[in-house]
Ligand binder design. Structure first.
Ligand code: GLU
Length: 513
């Protein structure tokens, strides 16, 4: 029987979840579901100095909104609880001591000054990467250099210490990454990383390995920034004797700035006017605001589809995928190695697609909600007509309200450029006659076709070429020089309102000839 696939998303609650983190979560989810396995959320909160209140709730809300809620999490624990590292605090020390016992880790008592002095010494000796490693540790204050008696005494007197991994001097560490293939690193380039800090908390490296082991994780799918840590993790699995159950690794490509130069940051989003977080966020300490995809009007389906393609593709031309279709099509083999440019135009295109495919009822509710908020009542029939007119032209739900302003409120001023160029005697004559006809009461229903027929016959009766005055007619009724199908606009406004607006324009605009 093959083992059940168990993957985890392991964010640290240090602020808003970056969009790259959300992509990692999505790929973990897709892989788990594709393989009939479990998607687990683990909160990595061992660094208490970086803990930010609200960040954990933000992660939960983001995953729920996207529809990729974990099977097991701090809020829905499975059989391998706890799902928050801080709650496992007591056991990490035992694991670290087990490594000390086995000779794969050691106590180190060096003070900050001593560490600094070592770095200075090595820098002066032109060592490119001064670090605490298999060579330098022999000159430092640790359980490898101190006498047994001194070690005992220091431990008994409560001298602060850390526990460091004891890395081999000369060894090629190999790991097979599912995306990158074989990765080889020489142990002489690695340092003796701290596993337990002096505050009694584990570092990321120790806690991560212990938890992945205890939680039965089979695949570690995470961002490329963790690739340099992976050789140490492989060594730790070996030190513990857990090689047989070591997870497989897949390091995801970086998300790049839109121009491809460097990693995508919050600043890029602020500068270029797009969100890089799923939801709005206000930092509780600094008050700094970050804007979210959701509040910017991106639909959940669109963001999901967009994120899936940031590094993965199905291998054919298809671009529109529902969550179920993504699960079906997903494979780690089709994740690229190189960084992916963040192309917000693609996200907008997808949003337009999903918005257009929403039901009429849904779209009307978007418009009505914004109108309500502005204190404007729109008759349901009018709202339906507005939605029908705009649905092929909008990108975000809020566009229905924004782009239909002139349908709710008569213009109080007119595009001056169009007024100067197009408001002439012919236009005034025609519109005057048209308004009069509209006011006199019309027998037939006033729709786009009849509004047009009436305008044409009025033009003919006055010997005026309609093509030459259409823009003036638009200006009179909407205040604008361009926009939606004008006859549809007339139909939505109704004959009395069109006539009223024409009268106001006739009174307000000066004729140019
Ligand atoms: N806590 C790490 C992070 O914040 C997790 C890295 C991993 O998945 O191993 O990204």
């Amino acid at each position: 029987m093959t083992k059940e696939v168990r993957v985890r998303f392991a964010p640290s609650p240090t602020g808003a979840l970056h969009i790259g983190g959300l992509r990692t979560a999505l790929y973990n989810y897709l892989f788990a579901k594709k393989m009939g396995g479990k998607f687990i959320l683990r909160i990595e909160d061992t660094d208490q100095t970086r803990f930010v209140p609200g960040a954990e709730e933000y992660i939960q809300e983001s995953l729920d909104w996207l529809g990729i809620s974990p099977d097991e999490s701090p809020w829905k624990p499975g059989s391998v609880a706890p799902y928050r590292q801080s709650e496992r605090k007591a056991s990490y020390m035992q694991y670290a001591l087990e490594l000390v016992e086995k000779g794969h880790a050691y106590y180190a008592f060096d003070t900050a000054e001593e560490l600094e002095a070592m770095r200075e010494r090595l820098t002066a000796a032109r060592v490119l990467q001064p670090q605490y490693n298999s060579i330098t540790r022999s000159q430092m204050k640790n359980s490898l250099t101190l006498s047994g008696a001194e070690l005992k005494e220091r431990l008994a007197s409560g001298d602060p210490y850390v526990i460091r991994a004891k890395l081999p001097l000369k060894e090629e560490v190999r790991l097979h990454d599912l995306i990158r293939g074989w990765v080889m690193v020489h142990s002489s380039t690695l340092d003796d990383k701290v596993l337990m800090k002096s505050d009694g908390m584990p570092t990321y490296h120790l806690a991560n390995i212990v938890d992945d082991h205890l939680m039965g994780i089979t695949h570690v799918i995470r961002g490329e920034e963790w690739l340099p840590s992976a050789p140490l993790h492989v060594l730790l699995y070996r030190f513990f004797g857990w090689e047989d159950t070591m997870p497989q690794f897949a390091h995801l490509p970086l998300l790049l700035k839109p121009d491809g130069n460097g990693k995508l940051s919050k600043r890029d989003g602020d500068k270029l006017g797009f969100p890089v977080f799923p939801l709005n966020w206000v930092d509780p300490f600094s008050g700094e605001k970050s804007s979210g995809f959701r509040e910017n009007g991106y639909l959940q389906e669109a963001l999901l589809n967009f994120l899936a393609f940031l590094g993965w593709n199905p291998g054919d031309e298809r671009e529109i995928f529902s969550l179920e279709e993504l699960v079906e099509a997903f494979s780690i083999e089709r994740i690229g190695k190189s960084g992916t440019k963040f192309d917000i135009a693609k996200a907008k295109w997808l949003n337009e697609h999903y918005l257009r495919s929403s039901s009429q009822v849904q779209l009307i509710s978007y418009l009505q909600k914004d109108a309500d908020a502005a204190g404007v009542a729109i008759a349901q029939e009018k709202a339906a007509a507005i939605v029908a007119l705009l649905r092929e032209r909008v990108t975000f739900p809020a566009d229905f309200w924004r782009d239909s302003q002139f349908l709710h409120q008569a213009p109080s001023d007119f595009d001056p450029e169009v007024a100067t160029k197009k408001w002439n005697g012919d236009a005034a004559t025609l519109l005057q006659a048209y308004a009069q006809t509209l006011e006199s009461g019309l027998p037939a229903p006033f729709d786009a076709a009849s509004a047009k027929a009436l305008l044409e016959s009025t033009a003919e009766a006055n010997g005026i070429k309609l093509g030459k005055v259409m823009q003036a007619a638009r200006l009179a009724v909407t205040g604008l020089g361009a926009g939606l199908d004008l006859m549809e606009v007339f139909a939505i406004l109704g004959p009395q309102e069109v006539a009223k607006r024409i009268r106001f324009a006739l009174d307000t605009l000066a004729i140019v000839d």
